[in-house]
Structures are given as structure tokens and as C-alpha cells.
Design a protein around this ligand. Sequence first.
Ligand code: AMP
Length: 670
Amino acid sequence: MTEPIESFAALNLPAPLLSALAEVGYETPSPIQAACIPLFMAGRDLLGEAQTGTGKTAAFALPLLARLDLNLKAPQALVLTPTRELAIQVAEAFQKYAHHMPGFHVLPIYGGQSMVIQLRALSRGAHIIVGTPGRVMDHLERKSLDLSNLKSLVLDEADEMLRMGFIDDVEWILEHTPAARQTALFSATMPDPIRRIAQRYLREPEQVKIRSATTTVAAIKQKYWQVRGADKLEALTRMLEIEEDFDAAIIFVRTKLATVDLADKLEARGYAAAALSGDLTQGLREQVIDRLKSGSLDIVVATDVAARGIDVPRVSHVINYDVPYDTEAYVHRIGRTGRAGRAGVAILFISPREMRMLKAIERATRQPIEPIALPTRGEVAERRVTQFKQQILDTIAEENLDFFYEVVRRMETEESVATRQIAAALAFLAQRERPLRPDGMEDPVASSRTESPYAVPSRGAPSRAVPSPRGESSYAASSAPTFDKPAWSERSEAAERKPRAEAPKRAFSASGVTVRYRIEVGKNQGALPKEIVGAIANEGGIDGKLIGQINLFDDYSTVELPELPNDLLETLKRTRVRQLPLRIRPAAPGEGEKTFARRPRADEAPKARRPREDEAARPRRPANADFSARPKREFSDAGSGGNKPPYRADKKPAGTKPPFDKPFAKRKER
Ligand code: AMP
């Protein structure tokens, strides 16, 4: 990698893009952006080894936009993505960066969305197409997509496309686009088939790889929390309450806007927090750091650049609220704690899609990173009660209470009330600012009362997720700049679905039983195996590797799956393919035993060509193969889960925690 480039302006991006980047609050280019953008702008082919979270989308989207001819309303760039969710995300990123490019059009096209809508949108014209391989191929065959003006082609998450069985379609598309195009291939890993594609279709590509030097961070205890849903703020505040030995924290986010937004939200919740971004003058920056040193601030929310070099020994925690771009940035970040011989804790918030980064960090820091569960509300409440009791004991031990004993004694005699009643009323008054039992929380002291209607979850009990997100959304949602949403972003069926990233993957290791299920879409409805795989994997959070043989019949199909729990069965009943609910149920005996033989669809002219995506989703077999003995669908193990089951149930961190020694008053007085 090249030396760090400090600004987007230094990358010669045009003014409209620089304005949009300023609005979204990007401070500096991420390493992959700094490396790729100049090469891309110079027209070079690129082979980028980068995973989600490194900023790779902007690394290709910005230079593609910079080189776009807005007057030519024909596809000039094509981005292929493995899933429709990613296609939509990438298209939204283009839209965001092109906010000041009037007339710009990006169009996502993916399987499962109505052809009519896509044909109409294509006929209106678009500058950039982002699509899944199968659907792009369909449009090329129908001639509804004309790529004769194509200048650049990007393969995003190429290893995922391989894993999902789309690589033949990708090659077919590569062969049907202008030979003079610029090609960029991004992949988190470089398995041999991907390298072969790069060798065959890229011209003297520049290789860009994110550096991952190994470092020792022995004094720092590293943990991660897998983000489910968007309520990172709720998770953060619970962790801040429950973390032991908490003194001060630096919380890392990606954008300047996010520093201010998150610091404001923490302040509103009573924390002494401030933002630190490259926008502050040197004087103001020093003021913030001095306040952190002196204890008038407990939390600083910072970007990587702004936090560089901070040396404040009382920083006990580093929270990676947004994932770092690379392992090097991570090591810099966590080096802000564990200073001057003290212990430090680093917590990483990471989404399922970013799990590869976790593995890379474990390798780079040569330490396993321990998963932690979201503290339950009950645990938070319990911690508050413990602190409260400790405050009372400290006050009894340290203060002269003679005058107050007398007040209580007089009250007992004059008002005929018991000491316990007075104490309870005082406790009530004392906790009003910061309730011991905040809204909806379980009763934290109930376990010590035999008559209690409440049950207190113990520290060792399995943790539950946030029951329902509060009205407030996390900063990421609320601070995102608004841009005019194109029609596709509202209309698409997939957009209404939970993004793949958020659907926890299930491992089904328990029973190991495989069941053949029947679903009510088949060949006549135009269903393709890869759509079925996509829908079941995305909506059910089932690892694609666990989806077995799929047989298509005229009006239904069968699919082999691990035995599904009832809740999941209910979800999948409503899941749609080709706009039809799957209405999944266990197949009757004998149902689905016919073998799969693909007939050309009515709208398909018979032709000799590469096998299509529906075939690509399964292992290839010779024409005379014995299909009755067909093995389960298999994918190479390039998935994000590594050796661990991809779905981690809410596991508790090892060990129980001693009572919080941080006094109640540590939070900012308001
Ligand atoms: P990606 O790796 O492309 O999926 O990007 C991950 C996240 O990083 C997205 O939310 C982007 O908006 C964000 N991001 C990308 N580049 C930057 C940057 N230079 N500064 C701050 N955030 C960024």
C-alpha cells in the first residue's frame, strides 16, 4: 500500500463528489480507497483483495462516477454482485456519492424482482447498472441491456459469487462485454478459480491488498459483539453500564458527522462525552484531550485520524463502534488503551458480513477475540442496584450522619412510619434521575424477595436481545444524509426484506436430520434454484452450505434442508420467490423424488451456450450421471464462517463480573 493519503481532494476527484463526501462526513480515504482510486482513474485493471468494511464500494464507485459521461445515457459501468441485497446497497452508495450530479441514474437489477419493472427502467436508460449475474445475463440475452458503451466492469465479492455457484455466469458476461473495457475484481479471498478469472480477463492488473502486519497487544483484552439489527446505541449504553473497571473510553466511528451525533446522544443519556474529529482546531482538540485526562470527560467519540496519538492512561476501554478499515487501523485504535502498564479492554461491534475482518484481526493481533452477548436489561438494572447499594454503604462508612439519624427518628415517631418505609421513599427519590428499574426492565432486587413476582436473570443466564428497538435509531440511521430515493429503492421486494447481513445464520448442528420440504413454486412460475437458495438463505438465515438438493417440478419444488424449527418454518412459509409465498411444508413420502431435468423456458430460444445460473447452483455432472445418487449441493468453504458455526447463539462471556466499582456519580451530573 502507498503512504496514507490524507484527503479526497488529493485524489483529484471532481468537486461534486467532494461535496457529497463532505456531506456524508467521510474525513479521509480508507487505505483501499487511497490505493484504488488513482489506479482506477488512470484506467488500470485492478485485483483488490478486500473484504466488506474496508470501504471498497467507494473505492470503485467514486472513480467510476468521476469518469462518467453524464450526457451519454447508456450503461458505462456494470457492477456484478452476488446478492440482490448487495446490489441494492451498492446502488444506494452510487446514489449517495452522486448527490450533486444531476441527471445521474444507477439501476440495480436482480432476480426476484419483476421483469416488467426492470424492462421499463432499462428502457428509460441508466449510466450505471448494478446487478446479480443471472439477471444481468437474462437481460443481455433478451437484448434489453445494451453494454456496447460499457467502459468499466466491476466484480464485487467475487469469491461469494463463486461460492454461490454464479461463476460461470460471470464468465459468460465477461465474454459478452466490450473487450476494451476496464475490469476490476474485488474479493475477500483469492481461491484458485478467482485467480484464474483474473488471469484470463484482467489486463496487467494492479494488485491491491490491505496490509495486515502482526502486532502484540497482550495488555488488551479483546472482545466482540455481533451486531444484530441496528440498535448499536442501545447496545453501547448497556455495555458502558455493565463493563467492569470502566474509567474512560474512546469510541471509534467512521465519519465526522457520526462523532458529533453519537457524542450528543451519549450526553443526552447522561454521559460526559465529546466528539473529536478532524474538523476541530488543534486548540480545541487539545482541550478535549485535556478534559479526558482530568476526568471532566469520560467518553470521546473519535475518527481514526483525530484519535491518532492520544495518550491518556485512564482510557480503560476502546469501543470500535464502526469496524476499522483494516487490521492496522484496529491496532492503532486499541493502542489508545492499555497504556502506562494498565490493563485495557477493546470491544469490537461487527456485523455478520464483516466477520472476515474479525478473523484478520485475530491473525494480526495473534489473539483470539472473545464473543460477548448484549447485556440484558435485567443485568443493567442489577448493576445499577449494586452500585446504589455500594453508594449507601460508602456513605454510612464515610459520612457523619448524626443529623440525618435524628431527622429519620423524628419522622418515625411523629408520622408513625417504619424506618424501612422511609428508606424506600428515600431510595425512590435518589434514583429518579437515573431509575434503578428503567422502563420495561425486570425488577433487579426481586430475587431476594420470596414473594416477588419478578425473576432476575443471573449473570450466567443466557442473554436476550433487545426486546424491541426504542423509537430512537442508532446514529448510522439517523445521521445518514437524505438523498432522493429512486423508485427502485422503495419498490423492490428485496428492499423490504431484512438485509442478508442482519439475518443471523443458523447452524442446525443439533439434530443433524435432513428433511425434504415442498415449496409451492416451480418451473411454471419461472423459479430458479438459485432464487430458492437465495430466499431460504437470506430470509431464514440458513447457511447456503446447509441447503441440499433442489428438485423443480411444474408447479412446485422440493428442497432438502436441516429439520426446521417451527418459528423458522413459519417465516419461510411467507417468504416469496417470484412473488409467490413458498408455503413450505415437509414433503409427502415420495414427493420430490423425481430428478431435476431442466427444460428450456417458453421465452428461451434453444441455443448452445454456457450452463445457466440455475445449473450453476449445483455441482456439475456429466449428462449421463445417475441423478438419483446426486450428492447434496456443495460449496467451497470460502464462506465467512470459517470453522465456527456461522450462527453464534447469545453466548455469555466467560466468567462472572465483580460488582461495578465505578460510583454512580461517575456519570455526568445534569
Ligand atoms: P464497504 O466496505 O464499502 O462496505 O464500506 C463500509 C462502510 O464504510 C460504509 O458504511 C461506508 O459508508 C463507510 N465508508 C467507506 N469509506 C469511508 C470513508 N472514507 N470514511 C468514512 N466512512 C467510509
